[in-house]
Write a protein that binds this ligand. Structure first.
Ligand SMILES: [Zn+2]
Length: 347
């Protein structure tokens, strides 16, 4: 996939709305890019989109690659007498980022504004807890608000993806960047083994879709594609960043949800060095990914997370370097092409 096509796909996926448990719009956006490139495509009871691409059969392996389709967002939990919406976050969002932002509410993508008491009337500095915010959709009163956005209505940031200097900006790169890379891999030539590409659901609320997908596919080895924290700007005085934009795919040795299989870590490093693809290690111990549930499936699955570094994730707009996306695809492609059962054989 050339860069223009890749960024067009990223843009399409980034602009789609899909909070945890309501990922249908993302699945719809993905389908046309997968049909004709895979042997079967189905949706399970949870909403995971499972693509199966048959291999040439020269290696006795079943390989799973996942990327999650859900993004962080909000859900309507109550209405105020003056027509406002009270919300809860779905997935972790820093409430300090929210006041004044535009959102898209419900299936009709109604425009809404996240309201806060006017700055002129605020004395307290700690004013940005989620329960102090009200989303304004222009409703006259409680009844109209209830009718337009009943309890359970989802909302996401209203951001539209666009280039930004050498970088690319948009919402939900965590994990639509991973979804983009997975599509590119599935569009490639068949591998020596059967490849299962699963676009998972409900990652942001506890790695839930991946738990089921891991069981269904029962893979020998799993790769999880992510968009991860690049806190390289603004720079901290001390300590190294979680990952850095422009420094290549981010290999997670350990996070709060899992410890990567050391054989697979060594293998990926070897492949990257032989192919001259840059890579970096994520600061261990931060965050969690679908590998957290997949590695515990059945009798255990050697798993690893490889991520595209993204600034300002879980906020209204994040940034990535298209080159990191390309390098992540190239690393995975090379790793898959050379993968043999020996890589994960236990002695
Ligand atoms: Zn993620």
């Amino acid at each position: 996939m050339n860069r223009d096509t890749l960024l067009e796909l990223l843009q399409t996926l980034s602009n789609a709305h899909g909070t945890s448990g309501d990922e249908i719009e993302v699945r719809r956006a993905l389908r046309p890019y997968l049909e004709g490139h895979v042997d079967s495509l189905r949706v399970d009871a949870m909403g995971n989109l499972i693509a199966h691409k048959k291999g040439t059969g020269t290696q006795a392996l079943r390989v799973l690659i996942t990327a999650h389709t859900d993004e962080v967002g909000m859900m309507v939990v109550d209405h105020t007498g003056d027509g406002g919406l009270k919300v809860e976050t779905s997935g972790s969002i820093d409430a300090r980022l929210l006041p004044g932002l535009e959102v898209r509410v419900g299936k009709e993508a109604l425009p809404g504004i996240i309201g806060l008491k006017a700055i002129h009337r605020i004395d307290d500095e700690n004013v940005t807890a989620i329960d102090q915010l009200t989303v304004d959709i222009g409703a006259r009163d409680r009844d109209e608000a209830r009718e337009l956005a009943p309890i359970g209505t989802r909302m996401t940031f209203a951001t539209t993806a666009h280039p930004l200097g050498r970088l690319f900006a948009g919402k939900s790169f965590d994990d639509r960047a991973g979804c983009t890379a997975l599509v590119a891999l599935l569009q490639g030539a068949p591998l020596p083994f059967d490849l299962f590409g699963v676009f998972t659901v409900q990652e942001e609320v506890g790695l839930r879709g991946a738990r089921v997908a891991g069981y269904t596919v029962a893979p020998d080895v799993a790769f999880v594609l992510e968009g991860t924290i690049a806190d390289d700007l603004p720079k901290e005085e001390e300590g190294s960043p979680t990952s850095q934009v422009g420094k290549g795919p981010v290999i997670t040795v350990m996070d709060r949800s899992y410890i990567a299989d050391p054989r697979v870590v060594r293998y990926l490093v070897q492949v990257a060095e032989a192919a001259g693809i840059p890579y970096q290690f994520k600061q261990p111990g931060i965050g969690g990914t679908d590998a957290g549930t997949i590695h515990l499936t059945r009798e255990g699955v050697p798993s690893i997370t490889v991520a595209i570094p993204c600034r300002y994730i879980h906020g209204p707009i994040s940034l990535l370097d298209p080159q990191d996306l390309e390098h992540t695809i190239a690393l995975l492609r090379a790793a898959l092409e050379q993968l043999t059962p020996e890589v994960i054989r236990r002695s």
